[in-house]
Design a protein around this ligand. Structure first.
Ligand code: QAP
Ligand code: CO
Length: 167
């Protein structure tokens, strides 16, 4: 296992659109394990491969209190919005450290994905799980939570994070 370096907003590499995983081979399994280790070490509940500068459609998450329910979703797709009513959640992001934003998203979605054995699965996700999956899937398309807030707030966050980096 290895810790990976997390890209911080406004790093332009976070805007890369990730490629579909064609075969779930050992390199994908290692990537997913390293992503989980990196997520746990950063006290995160979700991480997308994009955030560690690997542009493949892989996300990991764990919303359990005990931090022992890791989920690895490869090529995740929303196949159905079960409840289109949007709910507000306070979202954070390991690539936007120290900032939380209230965003509205559908709170119940059905997802298809490949598991670590390359097998196709369906998942009915509600509330926090649904929101974290949508947040991580956005990363795979080069989208970030700061894209949903006002320009002025985004600019403030951009300046603070660049300054924190010494840039
Ligand atoms: C996405 O984000 C998420 O600012 C996952 O200093 C989170 O794991 C979606 C984190 C909440 C919906 C709701 C953020 C850790 C972790 C920080 C994360 C920080 C340390 C964020
Ligand atoms: Co994020």
């Amino acid at each position: 296992m290895a810790l990976l370096k997390i890209l911080i907003f406004p790093d332009p590499r976070l805007r890369t659109v990730a490629k579909t995983v064609e075969v779930v081979d050992d390199s994908i399994k290692k990537l997913a394990q390293d992503m989980l280790e990196t997520m746990y070490q950063g006290s995160g509940i979700g991480l997308a491969a994009t955030q560690v500068n690997v542009h493949k459609r892989v996300i990991v998450l764990d919303i359990s209190e005990s931090k022992d329910e890791p989920l690895i979703l490869i090529n995740p797709e929303i196949i159905k919005i079960i409840d289109p009513n949007k709910k507000i959640f306070s979202e954070g992001c390991l690539s936007v450290p120290g900032f939380y934003e209230e965003l509205k998203r559908p709170s119940s979605v059905e997802i298809s994905y490949l598991d670590i054995d390359g097998k196709k699965n369906l998942l009915l996700a509600n509330d926090l799980l649904a929101v974290v999956i949508q947040h991580e899937m956005d990363h795979l398309d080069g989208k970030m939570m700061v894209d949903f807030i006002s320009n002025i707030k985004r600019e403030m966050i951009r300046k603070k994070l660049l300054k924190a980096k010494g840039l």
